[in-house]
Design a protein around this ligand. Structure first.
Ligand code: AMP
Length: 517
């Protein structure tokens, strides 16, 4: 099937249901939304020569028109390439070129960024700004009548460029079938969805947050873009109160900021029914603080572009089951496999390991990508007999709960022993003076690598290596203790809020030798 059928169906069944909102202002009901998508789709074919399977980029900030453009492209059987609006024009141009985009939807800001790097864009790529009169005319034009039925479920729908914390991003090929499998898992493993609900896009629609649009379209729920077009904790808390029944995706760093704002306001986040977090490690200290402040609003997912939002999940019930003897262990895990997925752990030789053993996480199932766009080498390295090698390290317990340690490339090998930075970070984060921390391995002649902790202190706290060292000694094995503490104002992060360990390692290499402190 084609995911645009879900929009067509909701427009038929619930034409008057509010569909697109900016803040609390309704911009379109389902009938209007579907009409606009079909009309823009017709314009893409008629005025821009876009054919089924052609690639159309979206390089713009969150806006309700974002969803109209996505569905316009699917309505005519073409493929979207959503690109994070915060990328540099040159990075966006590289993606457009790699994917062979024929057209890019832009807004007036992002158009400027692309015009400056015109020589890097694929030959003949056209641009259409959602702020232009042309776009407004298209929205109200004559629609294409019906969504084309896909030839197969594995027709390409979304080229999802990885966030590229190392090297060039890769184009993950997601099919309509992948997106449908992911969306149905949401109902089974993440949360229920009703027509009265509102999905709030406080994180880029080009990434995880945007992937939750499908099931909310299927259920004819509300789609809300904050007026700030981004993440402002106070605005999110206000919108929760004003809209009610809000669900949203938030990276762990966003949860942290939301919890701080809720504390400051003396509120619990009323109206924010579900906050789905994932995309990076959620430390135990942080999720416990979040639950203590905001209550049971949280669901965790673990996925990656290659199996979007869909490898494991830790539903609300496990966040609430405080009586369970292994409650804290479970809370520190990413939960069991989602309904359509299988998860296993493999050793260095690629063979499956037993329960409790730590190795690479592999996932298999209908959410796993078709492969990388034009990248046979990466496909051969990543997909083996249908199993996706995630590059994450973790272990399964006897109930199937997966606990992640780290990305395999971030594991520190010191004196021949593996040290998982996550354990060191979890320990240091329980120190009251530590706000954020990232542990990395830095080369050192005697040990191979030693642990260096890059620490951001809480406001008012002072640097005190001896206190942190004593805290580590009290909580983790001696050999895992950082050999050096470095105090930073902030940790380097990419546009999705992921800590850039590669950058930290480079910074440390350029500074004083490890072991000096
Ligand atoms: P991306 O493809 O950019 O979405 O990044 C996916 C990676 O983020 C995964 O391979 C994990 O390393 C990390 N990740 C995603 N979800 C979680 C989670 N719930 N806990 C810890 N790490 C996560």
């Amino acid at each position: 099937m084609n995911v645009a059928q879900w929009l067509a169906s909701s427009a038929r069944l619930h034409p008057q249901a509010p569909a697109l909102l900016t803040g609390t202002t309704v911009q379109a009901d389902y009938k209007t939304f579907a009409h606009r998508a079909a009309a823009i789709g017709a314009g893409l074919v008629r005025d821009y020569g876009i054919q089924p399977s052609d690639r159309v980029a979206l390089f713009m900030s969150n806006a309700t028109q974002y969803l109209e453009c996505l569905y316009a492209v699917w309505w005519i059987g073409a493929v979207v390439i959503p690109i994070n609006a915060k990328l540099h024009g040159r990075e966006a141009a590289w993606i457009c070129d790699n994917a062979g985009a024929r057209l890019a939807f832009v807004d007036d800001d992002s158009r400027g960024a692309l015009v400056q790097v015109e020589e890097d864009l694929p030959t003949g790529m056209q641009m259409l700004s959602i702020d232009s009169a042309t776009f407004h005319e298209l929205q109200h034009g004559e629609p294409v009548s019906a969504v084309p039925l896909s030839r197969e479920d594995n027709d390409l729908a979304w080229l999802f460029y990885t966030s590229g914390t190392t090297g060039r991003p890769k184009g993950v090929m997601l099919s309509h079938g992948n997106l449908v499998a992911m969306s149905l898992c949401y109902l089974a493993d993440v949360d229920q969805v009703h027509q009265r609900d509102a999905i709030l896009y406080a994180a880029p629609i080009s990434h995880g947050a945007g992937l939750y649009n499908f099931i909310h379209i299927r259920m004819a729920a509300r789609h809300v873009v904050p007026e700030s077009q981004g993440f402002e904790p106070d605005e999110v808390l206000d919108l929760g109160g004003a809209l009610g029944d809000v669900a949203m995706f938030a990276a762990p760093t966003m949860v942290r900021r939301l919890v701080d704002a809720a504390k400051k306001r003396g509120e619990t986040g009323e109206g924010l029914r579900t906050i789905v977090y994932g995309g990076g490690p959620m430390y135990l200290a942080d999720i416990r603080d979040a639950i203590a402040t905001m209550g049971q609003r949280f669901v965790q997912i673990y996925g990656q572009g290659e199996s979007p939002m869909t490898i494991t999940s830790l539903p609300r019930a496990f966040h609430a089951d405080t009586e369970h003897p292994r409650y804290l262990e479970r809370l520190a895990s990413v939960g069991p496999a989602q309904s359509v997925m299988s998860v296993r752990i493999t050793g260095a030789d690629g063979k499956p390991l037993s329960i409790g053993e730590t190795g690479e996480v592999e996932a298999k199932g209908p959410a796993v990508m078709l492969g990388y766009w034009n990248n046979d080498k990466a496909n051969a390295e990543t997909l083996k007999d249908g199993w996706l090698r995630t590059g994450d390290v973790g272990r399964l317990d006897e109930d199937g709960f997966l606990t992640l340690s780290d990305r395999s490339k971030d594991v520190i090998i010191s004196g021949g022993t593996n040290i998982y930075p996550r354990e060191v970070e979890e320990a240091l984060l329980t120190h009251p003076g530590v706000r954020e921390v990232s542990a990395i391995g830095v080369p050192e002649p005697d040990w191979g690598e030693v642990v260096v902790a890059c620490v951001v202190l809480e406001p008012g706290a002072s640097a005190d290596d001896a206190a942190l060292d004593a805290h580590c000694l009290a909580n983790i094995a001696r050999f895992k203790r950082p050999k050096r503490y470095v105090y930073l104002d902030a940790l380097p992060k990419n546009n999705y809020g992921k800590v850039l360990k590669t950058e930290l390692r480079e910074m440390m290499r350029a500074s004083a030798p490890a072991g000096a402190g």
